[in-house]
Design a protein around this ligand. Structure first.
Ligand SMILES: Nc1ncnc2c1ncn2[C@@H]1O[C@H](COP(=O)(O)OP(=O)(O)O)[C@@H](O)[C@H]1O
Ligand SMILES: [Mg+2]
Length: 396
């Protein structure tokens, strides 16, 4: 189109949007072909011991005694698949000597399904990265996990290897819409490459919910509109017996999707990149959030939240202003900050280009110290969150 057509900014901007989208599509399909299906690497004995909470010598002992799954050995090293880790858990659970130990952490009678939302209205604060690694970590440590991508931009969906532009995907919208087309959430769940982890993908249609809610509030004669905040709680009831934990990746805005997710949550993670501007924006987010939740709570809605925590992400310990910002947050909210921070690492950003997390990439593809530092920070933060979930179940 000629750039000289006056006053047709509308056409020009739409054309540029579609041009960028086409070019990006090409670039992405080179890096992650449309027909690519994710596999999963095997895990070394040290990783398996960490995930299972046992010692390496315990694992070697079992192997020497011919117990547990028969694992592949390459160059004297043993490699376990994620399925074999689960098998081993079941073996250890069935043969345990102490009632105080649990090798299968799944929830038991009387323990509620936990719903953890990752929020902040700042894009780039590490929500999707946090949600993806947390959901995978919880699955690899033996929990039954459902990840829900609630961001119409679908970053979590594509990180999990589903391409909403190419694959026919439905989103949570189908399970929370107000009309007769509403389906069960069970119909929009897809498996992932990690055993124990399923996902509800996102797509642009989710955005409709932001328009549907005010319309339903003003026009419906029943209470469905006024009770919009129950829609995710109610949708999840259909799969309550299938999962221990639901992890929701929220969109970077404080709209009805985020509010509905928060009202379904038992735990909230607020991701923060420790820089002055990000913290200022977060303080506005918190004030707005309080302002929105208060009337909902005062109207008698049940608040399920058992804990909320700030999680420092993309942290660079040698960056003095960042360290000061973390100190500043800690001085105010020590009890509400996770002790462990997720470090900024090229391992994390490089892996994400290939639509992988650090639990999926091969350690050998990175500088070892870079990979190790990053994964240690992720495991430590995820372990803390797992402990909060277990405490909510009343376990020590
Ligand atoms: N700890 C980290 N180290 C390096 N890069 C990161 C880290 N966390 C996130 N990123 C990168 O920053 C970008 C934004 O992160 P993302 O998790 O998508 O944020 P959000 O979901 O809040 O918008 C992504 O490209 C991601 O790969
Ligand atoms: Mg995101």
């Amino acid at each position: 189109m000629s750039p000289l057509q006056p006053n047709r900014f509308d056409l020009e901007i739409a054309e540029q949007g579609s041009k960028i989208s086409g070019a990006l599509h090409m670039l992405r399909s080179q890096q992650y072909p449309p027909d690519a299906r994710k596999g999963l690497r095997r895990f070394q004995i040290g990783e398996v011991a960490d995930f299972m909470g046992v010692t390496q010598s315990h694992l070697r002992q079992l192997h020497a005694e011919g117990k547990g799954p028969e694992v592949e050995t390459v160059g004297g090293r043993r490699y376990y698949t994620a399925d074999q880790m689960l098998e081993l858990r079941e073996f250890l659970e069935a043969n345990k000597k102490s009632d105080k130990r649990y090798y299968l952490p799944k929830r038991r009678a009387g323990e509620q399904m936990q719903v953890v939302s990752v929020v902040n209205f700042k894009g780039g604060s590490g929500k999707t990265t946090t949600a993806a690694h947390l959901a995978q970590y919880l699955a690899l440590t033996g929990h039954r996990v459902l990840a829900v991508d609630l961001d119409p931009q679908a970053s979590l969906t594509s990180l999990f290897g589903i391409q909403p532009e190419l694959d026919e995907t439905s989103s949570l919208y189908e399970a929370i819409r107000f009309d007769d087309e509403k389906k069960s959430i069970a119909e929009v769940i897809q498996p992932t490459n990690i055993p124990g982890l399923d996902v509800v993908p996102a797509n642009l249609v989710l955005q409709e919910y932001e328009y549907d809610v005010p319309l339903a509030i003003s026009s419906r004669k029943d209470d469905e509109g006024r009770l919009f905040h129950m829609r995710i709680v109610n949708a999840l009831k259909a799969v309550d017996d299938r999962y221990d934990v639901v992890v929701i990746d929220c969109p970077p805005q404080l709209g009805y999707l985020t509010i509905t997710a928060l009202m379904a949550s038992t735990g909230i993670l607020i991701t923060i990149h420790p820089q002055m501007l990000d913290i200022m924006s977060m303080s506005q987010f918190l004030m707005m959030l309080g302002g929105i939740l208060t009337p909902v709570a005062e109207a008698g809605a049940e608040i399920r939240i058992e804990w909320f925590r700030y999680l420092v992400t993309r942290f660079e310990p040698t960056d003095i202003p960042q360290a000061q910002m973390v100190g500043f947050m800690q001085s105010m909210f020590a009890q509400h900050m996770l002790r462990n921070h997720i470090l900024k690492s090229t391992a994390i950003s490089d892996a994400s280009i290939k639509k992988q997390t650090l639990y999926e990439v091969e350690r050998g593809d990175f500088v070892r110290s870079t990979y190790d530092r990053a994964i240690e920070s992720l495991n430590a933060a995820n372990g803390e969150i797992m402990d909060l979930i277990h405490s909510a179940w009343g376990r020590k």
